[in-house]
Design a protein around this ligand. Structure first.
Ligand code: 13P
Length: 288
């Protein structure tokens, strides 16, 4: 199967009351491990690429080529979309040209009028090429690619206005944050999520900051319209832990274990396992 737009997989998840995972990718190892995990779980997947990760991987075109090549080499059969995460207006256009099958335009830091106008333009260009679009209303807290936004609760009426533009799925702040949740985090705001879900009249919603949210809260969010959950930090944590344990176990004795293919393997295996676990928790396992 070739890479696909995310519209169909997200609509199926919305109708079937589960969430498609977006796992962010950062390099070749991440691409391979996430694809292997989702194939093992028989789950559809969106590979999220931030603009910073795109730069790190030598540009969006190279990311598309790497994903396609690894995808084909592994013989992946589950639906896979390659998706720009928190894109700028220019970045979204660039990814559309580079062969992404889905883009997020994050205009949440503009005033509503400008967010609407720019979202509309990206939706038009992307849809003319069969590419799905995610837009955002209300900043998600925490730090993403060095940019920090204050967490806020999105305004349901503003969400309705952006949903009406024909966006395929919508990210809205409901108390979620990127990165590690503080010990005194208040949890997701389900009252606000319910209001947003009613206002957008069946538009699938996206939960950012999916690392570390208790699974019961994710399940409840899915009953209120969430059909996609984004995960980045969690994979970094399991990768770092497994790599540290490998080094501390002294496997690099005589210098041999420093071959990067050996050094990075425990971390990649840990990502595969974490991906499988999260697909099961989000209900997307066995849906492909
Ligand atoms: P986490 O890093 O908190 O998992 O958030 C990922 C995300 O929302 C990417 O858009």
């Amino acid at each position: 199967m070739t890479l696909v737009s995310a519209t169909e997989m997200i609509n199926k998840a919305h109708a079937g009351h589960y969430a498609v995972p977006q796992f962010n990718i950062n390099n070749l190892e991440w691409i391979k491990a996430v694809l292997e995990g989702c194939e093992k779980a028989k789950s559809p997947v969106m590979l999220g690429v931030s603009e910073g990760a795109g730069k790190y991987m030598y540009g969006f075109k190279n990311v598309v080529d790497m994903v396609r090549n690894v995808h084909d080499k592994l013989g992946i059969t589950v639906p896979v979309a390659i998706h720009l995460d928190h894109g700028t207006f220019e970045g979204a256009k660039e990814c559309i040209e580079a062969g992404f099958t889905s883009v997020m335009f994050d205009g949440s830091h503009y005033d509503l009028e400008e967010n609407i106008q720019k979202s509309k333009e990206i939706i038009e260009i992307a849809h003319s090429k069969g590419i799905s679009v995610e837009c955002e209303v209300g900043g998600i807290g925490g730090t993403e690619d060095g940019v920090t936004s204050n967490g806020e609760l999105a305004d349901p009426q503003e969400c309705a206005q952006v949903a009406e533009l024909g966006v395929d799925f919508l990210a809205a702040g409901i108390g979620n944050i990127h990165g590690i949740y503080p010990a005194d985090w208040a949890g997701l705001n389900f009252d606000r999520l319910k209001e947003i879900d009613e206002a957008v009249q069946g538009k699938p919603l996206v939960l950012h900051g999916g690392s570390g949210i208790p699974f019961e809260q994710v399940h409840k969010a899915i009953t209120l319209g969430v059909s996609k959950v984004n995960v980045n930090t969690e994979l970094q944590l399991v990768f770092a832990k497994a790599t540290r344990e490998y080094i501390e176990a002294g496997k690099d004795k005589e210098g041999k274990g420093f071959d990067p293919r050996k050094l990075l393997k425990p971390g990649c295996d840990a990502i595969v396992n974490q991906v499988v676990e999260m697909c099961k928790a989000f209900g997307s396992a066995d849906q492909a």
